[in-house]
Design a protein around this ligand. Structure first.
Ligand code: PHE
Ligand code: NA
Length: 467
């Protein structure tokens, strides 16, 4: 099967579509919502530094590997790994790495949809003018009343999942190209406008210092968090990039393409961070507020600038679109796999998988209200327990799923993909498929993939264990 010039799911008209789809996958809530709140929780600069290092040394090589594997295998990640392994005379069990990735992507989708639903709620809020002249306290209260209401959360979660399913069922390319080409640049322009507002708050430098200043002497305690987020933000370690790579036309260079995507993703995250933190400080809010950070700070900005209502409305629409283009990439590996496996239509498969994700997502909905006291992975004076109702520490269901995916499954999946591409399929296959425009860079890339990326993941895992 490998080495074919097409996939049964279709092929993209050019490298450009891959850039769009991969950027659409990468740029999402991870950049605008998750990156700033995690940087806030883990204290800023040191977290950001580790995150950037992980992008460059670990995430990027693995992203290249995934694209190479996908285009070589031309099937869903599970079958790609299986057939490439068999061809190389290795065990078909390598495909288990892709099965884990597929499951991780669906778990991520279950909570991603809920959070994306928050932006849908904020679109309405902006349209109604709820945020005009708002201050920190009322913005916090507004967010609190949203998350306290399971019905409202379920409504938006359902709507988001439904639209995701419809886009996926109709095939990835059709709607995607048009929307992304216009919306991604618009999102960026709005972030720049927000950045402009941040500069007027009088706390811009404080924001920058928070994000970029670190003390070399202190070992940051969020290193696993930072590495996990590097995987999350690049959509790496789950097969999303691999499945998009399998639709990439032959003979287009992978190296520069993947670099472009990673760079865009990083620029968007850093811009969002620089826009948010000055507002946090100016409004006297806590940087470590957690998942609500963006939904509390940005309304303050929009509530206090000229045309804020219009910009705010546009902004949350664009966030929702960015979330959709990421969400479809979480579904695609599983949909492609089950289409290959069962021969049923995309529509049938999508409906079933989206329904399952929707049900699992209800757990996240409830973890902000009814089930807020259900805590997993509790470790306190009485030792370590998997589940305690009403414990102070531990993680809610949402936090547990996030933890399990970002900090364990993604890095582990990425590690296995790197080992597979670096040690199993063979140097010549990898080199030919990668088709670097500057062949002299190949040894560096290959070395990063074979040694640096895997060791990086292992070091971070081990450091975390002995913390
Ligand atoms: N990269 C996406 C974001 O930053 C999230 C994502 C994770 C997408 C895993 C696909 C797979 O929002
Ligand atoms: Na991202």
């Amino acid at each position: 099967m490998a080495n074919e010039s097409t996939s049964i799911h279709g092929i993209w008209t050019s490298r450009w579509v891959f850039i769009l789809a991969a950027t659409g996958s990468a740029v999402g809530l991870g950049n605008i919502w998750k990156f700033p709140y995690m940087a806030g929780v883990y204290g800023g600069g040191a977290f950001v530094l580790v995150y950037l290092l992980c992008i460059a040394l670990v995430g990027l090589p693995i992203m290249l590997a995934e694209t190479v594997l996908g285009r070589r295998g031309r099937q869903s990640p599970v079958n790609t790994l299986r057939s490439l392994a068999v061809q190389a005379g290795a065990s078909a069990r390598w495909s288990w790495a892709a099965i884990m990735g597929m499951v991780a992507a669906l778990l991520i989708l279950s909570f991603y949809s809920v959070v994306a639903g928050w932006s849908l709620d904020y679109i309405i809020g902006m349209g109604r003018g709820e945020f005009v002249g708002i201050d920190g306290d009322s913005a916090g209260a507004r967010f609190g009343s949203l998350t306290a209401d399971p019905w409202r959360l379920t409504l938006w979660h359902s709507l988001f999942m439904l639209v995701t399913g419809v886009i996926i069922a109709r095939g990835v390319v059709a709607g995607l190209e048009k929307s992304l080409r216009i919306m991604m640049p618009m999102l960026f322009v709005l972030l720049i406008i927000l950045l402009g507002y941040s500069m007027t708050t009088g706390h811009f430098m404080q924001g920058l210092t928070f994000l970029f200043h670190f003390d070399l002497a202190e070992v940051p305690d969020g290193i696993l968090a930072a590495m996990g987020h590097a995987f999350f933000t690049l959509s790496v370690g789950v097969g999303s990039i691999m499945v998009f790579g399998s639709y990439m036309p032959k003979n287009s260079s992978i190296g520069g393409t993947v670099m472009t995507v990673a760079l865009l993703d990083t620029v968007v995250a850093l811009t969002a961070g620089m826009a948010l933190f000055p507002i946090v400080f100016a409004a006297g809010l806590e940087p470590s507020a957690g998942p609500g950070l963006m939904f509390v700070t940005l309304p303050i900005a929009f509530g206090n600038i000229a045309m804020g209502q219009v910009f705010g409305l546009m902004f949350f629409v664009l966030v929702a679109v960015a979330a959709w283009s990421s969400a479809i990439s979480m579904l695609e590996p599983a949909v492609a796999y089950w289409v290959e496996r069962t021969g049923r239509t995309r529509t049938q498969i999508t409906a079933l998988i989206a329904l399952i994700c929707w049900i699992v997502g209800l757990g996240t909905v409830l973890s902000f209200n009814v089930l807020a006291d259900a805590r997993f992975f509790v470790s306190d004076d009485s030792g370590w327990r998997l589940f305690v109702w009403g414990a102070d520490g531990g993680k809610t269901l949402f936090e547990s799923i996030d933890y399990l995916t970002s900090r364990i499954m993604l890095p582990l999946g990425g590690l296995l993909f790197a080992l597979f591409a670096g040690w199993v399929i063979g140097r010549d296959v990898f080199r030919a498929e990668l088709a670097l425009r500057h062949p002299r860079l190949f040894p560096v890339v290959y070395w990063l993939l074979r040694y640096v990326a895997p060791t990086g993941v292992l070091i971070v895992f081990v450091t975390e264990l002995f913390k």
